[in-house]
Every structure is written in structure tokens, then in C-alpha cells.
Design a protein around this ligand. Structure first.
Ligand SMILES: Cc1cc2nc3c(=O)[nH]c(=O)nc-3n(C[C@H](O)[C@H](O)[C@H](O)COP(=O)(O)OP(=O)(O)OC[C@H]3O[C@@H](n4cnc5c(N)ncnc54)[C@H](O)[C@@H]3O)c2cc1C
Length: 492
């Protein structure tokens, strides 16, 4: 426990503030079984009787939301409880570089299209309140310079996620947000006075605390415990399933091409018993061959849009790849015919048409798969074989036999339904003063910085709403207090 928190909890333990009104008790530590600090550590500065916001989860949404709440309402006590390491996903994100947001999508409608779960709901005010431009501005105003790469992904110029973490943590500290790690919020309920009773435990010991909080922000990512808290407070959960995974393809010849990448392919997923032609099940973008199948942005996008269907079909389906999406079938045949006449004395393997932009290893795969001997001369290839090669390049079929292993899953589809919260405040429609932000909600985006953007936007909106409520409550209390003093003065 850091010094600030030692002081914080000690203070909580000794607080004997009286409730100010039915909804606002300040905060009280009801049950701290391990209190090993001396009274000398009781802070002079810790304000008593102010309201408390407990944030469940020290990820992007939780920390950003906590900072924002404290900024709007500096008097509010803000405590972030993190069961593991603070901002641990930020650390590993983007291959350690952290793809903070996306710089190419400034239009809300276009931006929303990048969220397989959430694309309808996020078209509204959500990103207007705090969108990618606001995120970029926020980080640059807090000392982190960002750069936008050609594909729209935004990274810190340091190319290190530590820049983002250092910035968030120093801002949290500067604002007075208290962060406690290694503790789990195991249950949350509402007491008769409308406050949240929050139970906090340590995994390794029998440590247990009960906090009374005025506001609760659940920003627990895809953690099961977060879903449990949401259901304890009356919310439902859309079954969580993985999104953003690679496709397992059983094709030993393809596996030999592991590491080969294609800058632009068109991929189409067809699934059994799925009659409707879902436009998002066709994607264009880079693709990569791995030792177990296919990966890269085009595949990850397909996996995201097909996440629920693929889950229900045990991750089986047919994938059709167009390796030359910018060349029409007729032009492709003409190119092959021209090659046949121009390179008569060259072996097929050594003279792949340059227009295709494919590497020799993949050209060999195509010839093998079409059953054409790679060592014959162009002069001796039949026209039927040329048509077969052209068809293969345009409609190459792969059987998807499963998904990549767990570590490849970047995000979870499912969580608290958006219909149960107000997106303009991130407040629960079921429980007042309960807020959600980030991946705990049934929102997930494709790759490119969209998932963090959901976390920043949700955290910011929730923090703003909580801050405003806390300011209102403070003003109300001050008015009450002022009236009370005046009344007493009159009486005496
Ligand atoms: C390997 C990897 C790379 C990624 N790269 C990118 C990227 O570059 N760009 C991008 O946009 N997205 C990326 N993502 C997705 C992105 O990391 C998540 O969408 C984002 O972290 C969600 O933020 P969050 O705050 O909602 O949840 P999280 O970051 O998951 O934070 C939730 C936190 O809550 C804690 N917690 C949960 N339950 C409790 C509890 N009961 N008590 C206490 N603490 C609790 C968890 O330990 C966790 O630290 C990546 C994901 C992975 C796995």
C-alpha cells in the first residue's frame, strides 16, 4: 500500500462523519480486518465528509475516468481499485507501442462503423463528447506527442506504451486520484440509504474491507468479476465471446508460407446456415500467413464481425481470398496469356507476372495447388491451366477449422448491454450513480485504436457526469449547511 493510500484508509477507519442526506454519506470504512498503521499517519489534508467514487479497474477506461472526475470535482475522493497491475493492457498493447486511437476517422458515422458491437448506438453523441481528436489533444496537452501512421493508427512518438502509462499515472497523482493495486472488488450492493456497499478483498490473504461509496464506476474490462458486479446491481450480461482472433487453416502447404504477407487482399467468409449476405463478412486489407493459418488486419476484421456467428459454428467456415483485388478476372487472364507468349522459354516458377505483386513462394503454392508443374516452360502451359490459376488467385478457398489460441484474442464481444445505460452520461438506467465504461460494455471495435478510443470516450463521459453530480451534491450540502447556520443564529 502506498503512503497516500495508507493515509486514506486510516482516515476512513477513523471517520465518524454523520450522513449529510439520504444519498450522501461521505465515505466510511466499515470493516478493515487488517489495520496496521499508527494514528500518526492520519492525514491533516484528507478532507472529511466528501463524497467517494470507487472505480473498479485500473485500465484505460478506469484511470481516464478517475482523472476526469477528479478534474471536474476536485473535492471528490476518487479511489481506483485494481486487482492486478495498473494499466497492464496499455503496457502490452500495439506490440508495446500502444495504438492509442485512430486519426483517420473524424466523422462519427464513419467511426461508429468500426465497432461490430456498438455501431448503431455509437453513431449518436458518444464520440461528439470525447472523440479521437479530443484524445489526441488530451495526451498532447499532458505532454505526450502522438503521431498518425499512414493507416490511421495513432501512437506515441516514443513508440513506447510507457509514455502513455507515465502520463496517466502522473496526472492521476497530480490530481489526487488514489490507486490501490492487488485488491479485487468482489461484490457491490446498494444499501437502504442508496449508497454502494463495496467489498474489497486481497487474493492471497483473508484481507477484506467494506467501503461505502456514493458513486461506482465499473471499468473492469472483460473480467468475469466485473460482470458479476454488474449482475449483482441488476444488470444483464450479453454472453462474452472472443473477438479479433486469427483463423486456423489446416493446409500443410500454406503453413510452409508462414511469414508471407499480402499488402491487400479481399477476404470473404461464408458460414453454414447463414443465409443473409452480411456486407461486413467481406473485408479488404493486409493479410499474413502464420504457421497455423491466416492473420493480419483483414482477417482480424472478419473475425470481429463474425465473432458471434463463428462462436456458434465452433469456428468453422469457408474463407475465399482474392489475392489480386485490383485486377479484374478478364484482365488477369489477359496478363497470363501475355506472359505465356512473352516468356515462352522461361520456367513458370521463375517468371511470375509482376502485375500480381506476389512473392515467388506464394506463386509456387498457387502452381502446386492448381496441379501445374512449376518447372515447365510458359510455352507449354495449357489455356485451361491459365484459367485455373486465374480462378485460384481470385477465389482461393480455405477451410477455417478453428481460431487462434487465447493469447491472440485482443478483445471480448459481449458485456453489459448498451440499452441498459445512457450513453450521454454512461450512467446505468437501472441504478442511479452507477456508471460503466470500456470493454465491460457490449462494445468492441476492430483493430486500429478503436478499442482504446471506446475506453477513453466512455471513461471521460462517465468521469464528467460523476464530477458534475458531485459538484451539485457539494453545492446542495453547502446551501443546506448555510441555511442551518443562519437558522441557528436566528434562534440564538
Ligand atoms: C495484447 C493486446 C493488445 C491490444 N492492443 C490494442 C491497441 O493497440 N489499441 C487498442 O485500441 N486496443 C488494443 N487492445 C484492446 C484494449 O487493450 C482494450 O480494449 C482496453 O484495454 C479496454 O480498456 P478497459 O479499461 O475497458 O479494460 P482493461 O484494460 O481490461 O482494464 C480493466 C482492469 O480492471 C481490472 N479488474 C477487473 N475486475 C476487477 C475487480 N473486480 N476488481 C479490481 N480490478 C478489476 C483488470 O485487472 C484490468 O486491469 C489490445 C488488447 C490486448 C489484449
Amino acid at each position: 500500500m502506498n503512503f497516500a493510500l495508507t493515509r486514506f484508509f486510516l482516515h476512513l477507519g477513523f471517520s465518524c462523519e454523520k450522513p449529510r442526506n439520504s444519498r450522501s454519506y461521505g465515505f466510511l470504512l466499515l470493516n478493515a480486518k487488517k489495520r496496521a498503521f499508527s494514528s500518526a499517519a492520519i492525514p491533516l489534508a484528507q478532507k472529511t465528509g466528501e463524497e467517494l467514487l470507487v472505480v473498479v479497474g485500473g485500465g484505460a477506461a478506469g484511470v481516464y475516468g478517475a482523472i476526469r472526475a477528479k478534474m471536474v470535482a476536485p473535492h471528490l475522493n476518487v479511489l481506483v481499485i485494481e486487482k492486478g497491475k495498473i494499466l497492464s493492457k496499455v503496457k502490452i498493447s500495439g506490440g508495446g507501442r500502444c495504438n492509442v486511437t485512430n486519426g483517420q476517422c473524424t466523422e462519427n458515422l464513419v467511426l461508429a462503423e468500426h465497432y461490430p458491437r456498438g455501431h448503431r448506438e455509437l453513431r449518436g453523441s458518444f464520440f461528439s463528447m470525447h472523440g479521437p481528436t479530443d484524445t489526441i489533444t488530451w495526451f498532447s496537452e499532458h505532454g505526450v506527442e502522438l503521431k498518425t501512421e499512414d493507416d490511421g493508427r495513432v501512437f506515441p512518438i516514443s513508440d513506447s506504451s510507457s509514455s502513455i502509462i507515465d502520463c496517466l499515472l502522473s496526472e492521476a497523482k497530480r490530481k489526487g486520484v488514489l490507486i490501490q493495486t492487488g485488491k479485487v472488488v468482489t461484490s457491490a450492493s446498494r444499501d437502504v440509504d442508496g449508497n454502494f456497499q463495496v467489498k474489497i478483498e486481497k487474493r492471497t490473504t483473508n484481507y477484506m474491507e467494506n467501503l461505502k461509496a456514493d458513486y461506482l464506476l465499473i471499468a473492469s474490462g472483460s473480467s468475469r468479476q466485473g460482470y458479476v458486479l454488474a449482475t449483482q446491481l441488476g444488470h444483464s450480461i450479453v454472453d462474452p465471446v472472443p473477438s479479433l482472433f486469427t483463423f486456423k487453416i489446416e493446409d500443410s502447404r500454406l503453413a510452409e508460407l508462414s511469414g508471407v504477407s499480402f499488402p491487400k487482399v479481399r477476404v470473404k467468409l461464408t458460414l453454414e446456415n447463414v443465409q443473409t449476405n452480411i456486407p461486413q463478412l467481406t473485408q479488404v486489407g493486409p493479410m499474413l500467413v502464420t504457421h497455423w493459418g491466416l492473420s493480419g488486419p483483414a482477417i482480424l476484421k472478419l473475425s470481429a464481425w463474425g465473432a458471434r456467428l463463428l462462436f456458434s459454428l465452433d469456428y468453422e467456415g469457408d474463407l475465399f481470398v482474392d489475392f489480386v483485388p485490383d485486377i479484374k478476372m478478364e484482365d488477369l487472364k489477359s496478363i497470363l496469356m501475355k506472359q505465356k507468349h512473352q516468356f515462352t522459354k522461361q520456367k513458370l516458377l521463375n517468371a511470375c507476372p509482376l502485375e500480381f505483386g506476389i512473392v515467388k513462394r506464394f506463386w509456387k503454392y498457387v502452381l502446386d495447388r492448381e496441379g501445374v508443374d512449376a518447372d515447365i516452360l510458359w510455352a507449354s502451359i495449357s489455356n485451361n491451366s491459365l484459367i485455373g490459376i486465374a480462378s485460384l488467385l481470385k477465389h482461393c478457398k480455405f477451410r477455417v477449422m478453428g481460431k487462434g489460441q487465447f493469447k491472440d484474442e485482443f478483445v471480448t464481444a459481449g458485456g453489459v448491454p448498451l440499452s441498459e445505460i445512457s450513453l450521454s452520461t454512461m450512467e446505468s438506467k437501472i441504478q442511479p450513480h452507477l456508471f460503466f465504461a470500456g470493454e465491460v460494455l457490449n462494445v468492441d471495435g476492430v483493430t486500429g485504436g478503436f478499442n482504446f478510443q471506446n475506453a477513453w470516450s466512455g471513461g471521460y463521459i462517465a468521469g464528467t457526469s460523476i464530477g458534475k453530480l458531485a459538484l451539485d451534491a457539494k453545492m446542495e450540502t453547502e446551501v443546506e449547511h448555510g441555511t442551518e447556520v443562519k437558522h441557528r443564529t436566528t434562534l440564538s
